[in-house]
Design a protein around this ligand. Structure first.
Ligand code: CP
Ligand code: NVA
Length: 307
């Protein structure tokens, strides 16, 4: 049966661990697996801009023996003159997997529903599951393990990153704490799903507007832009609403002394994070950016060899 990665919980907690284990192994031995030998092609479709996702998937597909096929929004008929199911029916005859960055999560779900090859969500308005594999891998590299850690996500609780942190973090047995203004809540589905998963994995979930509360004993401090792609017209309102939620040196000092700082990037210094933090000694953002490559190679290997 074909496996997709539409959102973080499309894999089990055990499979998440297995993929992160493989990512760490493939980082040490980058050309050890060639599931795309042929070369087989992988479609990389972008309806939003990207630096890391474009480069990491392109390089990763090549490392796995395959051919990356970048399709920029506007260059294809997808969603304009041709339906998602018809596009899936064409793609599945020629590519080994479809990686799609777009707006609506329902569009990714529809593509997966009609595709005989794996569909990977490389960011939707609701989730950014590939980033979470890289973040969890990075946290594990720095902290040794994941279960029982305290992760503080500060900022836009309604973002794709916050939703994915809740679900993927709970899967890893992490205590995920989100500090966000009351009007920027995570998706109810992500919140409820993460609470249910946490009760099985030993993790926990907290969503609050209290920044200081989430920083107590925090092992990891995370933020994301306050203005996600597609929200540019809300900039002034959002900058006002998120005042006090920027990660400053003073805020970071309230976490554990050895806490690490993560941001999926691109970052806006002076807004959601100060330059002293993202460019400071506790920041591991560049390691996480590199780990997109290793984590996605492991994910592709997993999906392409799943039985
Ligand atoms: N973090 C991330 O997905 O970066 P890009 O938008 O540059 O792909
Ligand atoms: N939340 C951000 C993540 C960028 C990688 C956005 O969707 O724009």
């Amino acid at each position: 049966m074909v496996r997709h990665f539409r959102r973080d919980d499309d894999i089990t907690p055990a499979e998440q661990r297995q993929i992160i284990d493989l990512a760490i192994a493939m980082k040490a031995d980058p050309y050890s697996r060639k599931p795309l030998a042929g070369p087989k092609s992988v479609a990389l479709i972008f309806d939003k801009p990207s630096t890391r996702t474009r480069v990491s998937f392109s390089v990763g597909v090549a490392d796995l023996g395959g051919n990356p096929l970048i399709i920029q929004s506007g260059d294809s008929q997808l969603g304009v003159k041709e339906s998602i199911p018809d596009t899936a029916r064409v793609f599945e005859r020629m590519v080994a997997a479809i990686v799609w960055r777009t707006f609506a999560q329902s569009d990714i779900d529809e593509m997966a529903d009609h595709s005989a090859v794996p569909v990977i969500n490389s960011l939707s308005d609701d989730f950014h599951p590939c980033q979470l594999l890289a973040d969890l891998m990075t946290i594990r590299e720095h902290k040794g393990s994941l279960a029982g850690l305290n992760v503080a996500f500060i900022g836009d609780g309604s973002s794709n990153m916050a939703n994915s942190y809740l679900v993927a973090g709970a899967m890893a047995g992490i205590n995920v704490r989100v500090a966000t203004p009351a009007t920027y809540q995570p998706l109810a589905d992500a919140h409820d799903t993460s609470a249910r998963i946490a009760s099985a994995t030993g993790g926990s979930v907290l969503v609050t507007d209290d920044v200081a509360a989430v920083l107590v004993d925090a092992d990891v401090v995370v933020t994301d832009t306050w203005i996600s792609m597609g929200q540019e017209s809300e900039k002034d309102q959002r900058l006002a609403d998120f005042a006090g939620y920027g990660v400053t040196v003073e805020l970071l000092a309230k976490a554990k002394r050895d806490a690490i700082f993560l941001h999926c990037l691109p970052a806006y210094r002076g807004y959601e994070v100060d330059a002293d933090v993202i460019d400071g000694p506790q920041s591991v953002v560049w390691a996480a950016a590199e780990n997109r490559l290793h984590a996605q190679k492991a994910l592709l290997n997993f999906l392409l060899t799943a039985t």
